[in-house]
Design a binder for this molecule. Structure first.
Ligand SMILES: [Zn+2]
Length: 438
């Protein structure tokens, strides 16, 4: 609870910060990031992440040589080339074991040699496993190894675009990462059919981008999305509460529809999702990747969400079964049916709560039940443990807080403007850009 509140407070601070940022963005078409992030006097501890230093070394005092590790290039070979004797290299390998073993050094990664002048022996070897941290191997008298985590800063940014030929192309032309495209599709998937979008559709996004020393290293959360097609306009607002962290529409209803908790009414769970179950018929340990709901023969089985039937067939194990694809991420499967409901076959659209079949014991089953299987990105998961949006709108008492967040986000999105369509076709970047140094 307190954790959620803390998170929410951070979120509000962020929303506050972005208003300042948003004002800056509106004021200038292009802003150098250095102007946005205010520089303050640094303490010695902070010096290590300061931009004037390289891996914490003042380049006025040290020579820092950058390299990329080749395949089959060994640390010992590198260091011997810089006058480090073999016994010292062994000592280093030994001391590094518990901090960052030299065995984890990989080809293709960056490393640096640091020394007082370009003639002396190496004093430090620096290895960079990823943009978030680097390892300093101190090669002076007493060998020492340290991992330095780099400071990640997050800025809130906005973008807008008009779809031409394809959404992916339009967003890629703006240098937007595929991850951001996926997040937008995810936020609006239940309102918009992204397989059938049209030229001239418009979108605006508000999102977090992460930086290390001024360089973009990744996308954080999508905070707000706007999409307008010929039918309508849609908004998705990111909000966190105790039940669910995700996207809501302007009235505070989750943008995604949740799933029914179980596919049979008035049933009981006769066997839970269990990675280590003794199979009742096969009499051996076999993971049970579903949840069994026991119910009398003939009880209606309901689709837990809207979707398209991908399978309605028979196998020896499953008996008569149906599989439904709900969206890009989720599918569900219903086994051991006595019979399918009329019209249930592959390609048919079904609605949440629609009867798709009747409880039976076909296939490997000891008695009448539905073995319900939940697929997420092609893997079976325990649906009772997933973070699904609640089927109901959020509680009324949370609405004022939600509306506050919503209004901040909409205000920001409203400030983002589209370029003329004639200009867009010339393949220019979008209206609001924070100029990034490459
Ligand atoms: Zn089962």
């Amino acid at each position: 609870m307190s954790n959620i509140n803390k998170k929410r407070k951070t979120f509000y601070n962020l929303v506050g910060a972005l208003i300042i940022l948003g004002t800056l963005i509106t004021a200038y078409n292009f802003i150098d990031l250095d102007q946005v992030i205010e520089s303050e006097p640094v303490t010695p501890e902070e010096m290590i992440t300061s931009e004037s230093l390289k891996y914490g070394f003042d380049e006025q005092l040290y020579t820092v040589e950058d390299h990329v590790l080749f395949p089959n290039q060994f640390l010992a070979d590198i260091l011997m080339g810089y006058d480090i004797p073999l016994p010292k290299i062994f000592e280093l390998e030994n001391k590094a074991k518990d901090v960052f073993s030299v065995r984890n050094i990989r080809a293709g990664k960056k490393y640096a040699i640091v020394r007082s002048d370009s003639c002396s022996a190496a004093e430090y070897f620096v290895y960079e496993p990823d943009p978030f941290r680097y390892v300093v191997y101190d090669l002076r008298d007493s060998v020492d190894v340290q991992i330095v985590e780099r400071e990640v800063t997050t800025s809130v940014e906005t973008t807008a675009g008009i779809v031409q030929s394809s959404l992916w192309l339009s967003m890629k032309e703006q240098g937007l990462s595929p991850m951001l495209i996926e997040k937008m599709e995810d936020a609006l998937a239940w309102s918009i059919d992204f397989y059938h979008i049209q030229d001239g559709d418009r979108y605006k996004l508000m999102f977090e981008r992460k930086y290390i020393e001024g360089d973009p290293v990744g996308i954080g959360r999508l905070l707000g999305a706007y999409y307008k097609n010929s039918d309508n306009e849609y908004y998705a607002v990111y909000f966190e509460n105790d039940e669910y962290s995700g996207f809501y529409d302007l009235e505070g209803r989750p943008t995604k529809k949740g799933f029914l908790k179980s596919p049979v009414k008035a049933s009981r769970i006769s066997s839970s999702f269990n990675m280590n179950r003794l199979h009742p018929i096969l009499k051996r340990r076999k993971p049970h990747l579903g949840t069994d709901y026991a119910a009398p023969y003939g009880t209606p089985i309901l689709a837990v969400g809207n979707g398209v039937v991908t399978k309605a067939g028979y196998t020896k194990g499953n008996g008569k079964y149906v599989k439904i694809k709900h969206d890009k991420t989720y599918s569900t499967q219903y086994l051991h049916m006595q019979r399918f409901a009329a019209g249930i076959k592959p390609g048919v659209h079904v609605k949440q709560g629609q009867v798709i079949g009747h409880v039976g014991s076909t296939g490997l089953a000891t008695g009448p039940h539905v073995c319900f299987r939940f697929w997420k990105n092609g893997r079976q998961v325990n649906h009772l443990k997933e973070n699904f949006p609640p089927p109901e709108p959020m509680p009324k008492e949370q609405l004022p807080e939600f509306f506050e967040t919503r209004d901040h986000i909409i205000e920001q999105l409203d400030h983002v403007h589209f370029k003329d369509e004639s200009q867009i076709s010339e393949n220019q970047p979008e209206t609001t850009v924070i100029k990034l140094r490459s």
